[in-house]
Ligand binder design. Structure first.
Ligand code: XIL
Length: 474
């Protein structure tokens, strides 16, 4: 293992889990290995930004399954944690940290000192330089102390540069000068000596005036013995514009003796997306993954939100969006499979197993025939997420539905469902519509899903029936 992104025992455990999967995973469920498992095998982490309102349902399920690092999208920022001077609001960030711990994910703390998302008491107060310095040190100290031992990487200073490589003229630089950066890093180190301390910025991915400014800063901090462990490259890209020298630039920073990480990756496009743009986006994600994997000190890649439904892009860049690896319906996009392939996975959507054609004509026509079911499953060694679509292929509208099916053996326990109630008795599953999705017009479909734990074996479900009539399955 060339990196230390995850501890040795965690790696061993995950390797064992991966081995278990390959032995026990039924072929009909040839679900793709989660990105996190693939990433760990490559010695990096695969992270996502996550917000407090994404800790349940399908977002929680995908985040916890696919990613092994979480960056709170907003919940650790100054305006969120210290809305009133000296009074801390840790709840939202604590919830994300708990989620990460429950799912065996590490946390990237984001962020401590930034020009944006500051509380108004801070931006509209008039403080002397000494007071402002003390406020900053206290905030850094209190926040790092609160999360001591729980945050692996801290974005201590965020976005300190202008595009021309000079220091950004913000509250901090204007009053304290550039020494605020070293002071914040030093305070963070004192509060949690084990946390990896980063400076994080955007438009620094290629070699340019801004990244030169950052490079010179990091070089000088290292020379002065200021605690700095890494540099974060946000990587908010425009479609087709990943700099060709990203890897070389990561390497020149690494050569200063710091780790590097891709911290906020997304690739935005003019919406609507189409297949050509999505393929270009997949190529862009491939390039970024390969750039990180090509630099030994690149410890991981974090996407800034994993799905287009909650991405910050559409509200920040009007007319643009579709920037993440999952679409607005939480379905993986070509970009997802590009990441998967770059990490050594198969890089193709799961296929249903070929069914052998019947050798004799059935003596009776198949019953029912008023429904077609698509059963998609994403399975790992102890659990799975199923997404089921039911189509009304009959000639009458359906009002109110119950879908039943069987799983031959093994132990499965439904833990969570969406867009339906899902219960299980013995090997028989029953899903019923909720108040809002009971009607399925002729030719229309409805979708629901659930999470479950499993042990023993997890065979392919059979015998799907809608309101008692058998369904075709694809
Ligand atoms: C963004 C969040 O995603 C939004 O929800 C929020 O409204 C604004 O900030 N660079 C950063 C992140 O370092 O903190 C920003 O996050 C995106 C740009």
């Amino acid at each position: 293992m060339r990196r230390s992104a995850v501890g040795g025992s965690a790696v061993a455990m995950l390797a064992a889990a991966a081995a278990l999967v390959s032995v026990t995973m039924p072929s009909a469920h040839a679900a793709d290995t989660p990105l996190r498992t693939l990433a760990e095998a490559k010695g990096i982490y695969m992270g996502t930004a996550l917000m407090q309102n994404e800790l349940t349902g399908i977002s929680a399920s995908i985040a916890g399954t696919q990613f092994d690092s979480v960056t709170p999208g907003n919940e650790m920022k100054w305006e969120s944690v210290e809305p009133t001077r000296g009074t801390y609001n840790w709840g939202p960030a604590d919830q994300i940290v708990s989620f990460a711990q429950a799912n065996n994910m590490q946390v990237r703390g984001h962020n401590l000192v930034w020009h944006s998302q500051l509380p108004s008491w801070l931006t509209s107060g008039s403080f002397t330089n000494q007071q402002l310095h003390d406020i900053m040190i206290k905030h850094v100290t209190d926040e790092v102390t609160h999360f001591k031992g729980k945050v692996v990487h801290w974005d201590v200073v965020n976005e300190p540069f202008n595009e021309d490589g000079t220091f950004r003229s913000d509250l901090w630089y204007n009053q304290l000068g550039s020494s605020y950066i070293a002071d914040a890093l030093t305070a963070a180190r004192a509060a949690d000596p084990n946390a990896k301390l980063y400076i994080n910025d955007y438009n620094v991915e290629g070699e340019n005036a801004k990244s030169n400014g950052l490079y010179n800063l990091v070089k000088s901090l290292k020379q002065q013995g200021v605690p700095i462990d890494g540099v974060g490259f946000q990587a908010h890209f425009i479609l087709g514009q990943v700099p060709s020298d990203f890897k070389a630039n990561l390497q020149r920073f690494a050569d200063l003796g710091v780790d590097v990480a891709v911290t906020e990756l997304d690739v935005r496009m003019q919406t609507p997306a189409d297949s050509t743009k999505l393929q270009q986006q997949a190529n862009d994600y491939t390039a970024v993954m390969n750039d990180c994997l090509g630099v030994t000190r690149c410890v991981g890649v974090t996407v800034w939100g994993f799905n287009d439904a909650t991405s910050w892009v559409p509200s920040t860049f009007p007319g643009q969006g579709a920037a993440t690896p999952y679409d607005e319906n939480y379905q993986p996009k070509p970009a997802y499979y590009a990441i998967q392939a770059a990490l050594g996975g198969n890089g193709t959507p799961p296929t249903t197993p070929p069914t052998s054609p019947p050798t004799t004509q059935p003596s009776t026509p198949p019953p029912g025939g008023n429904c077609a079911v698509t059963y998609g499953v994403n399975q790992w060694n102890t659990g799975f997420t199923a997404n089921i679509t039911v189509k009304n292929t009959g000639s009458a509208p359906i009002s109110g539905w119950t879908l039943t099916w069987n799983q031959a053996s093994g132990t499965q326990t439904v833990t969570q469902a969406w867009n339906a109630t899902v219960t299980k008795s013995g090997t028989a599953y029953t899903a019923k519509n909720l108040s809002y999705n009971g009607a399925i017009a002729v030719g229309a479909s409805t979708s629901f899903g659930f999470n479950a734990d499993w042990s023993g074996s997890n065979p392919t479900p059979t015998g799907f029936a809608l309101n008692g009539g058998a369904c075709t399955v694809s």
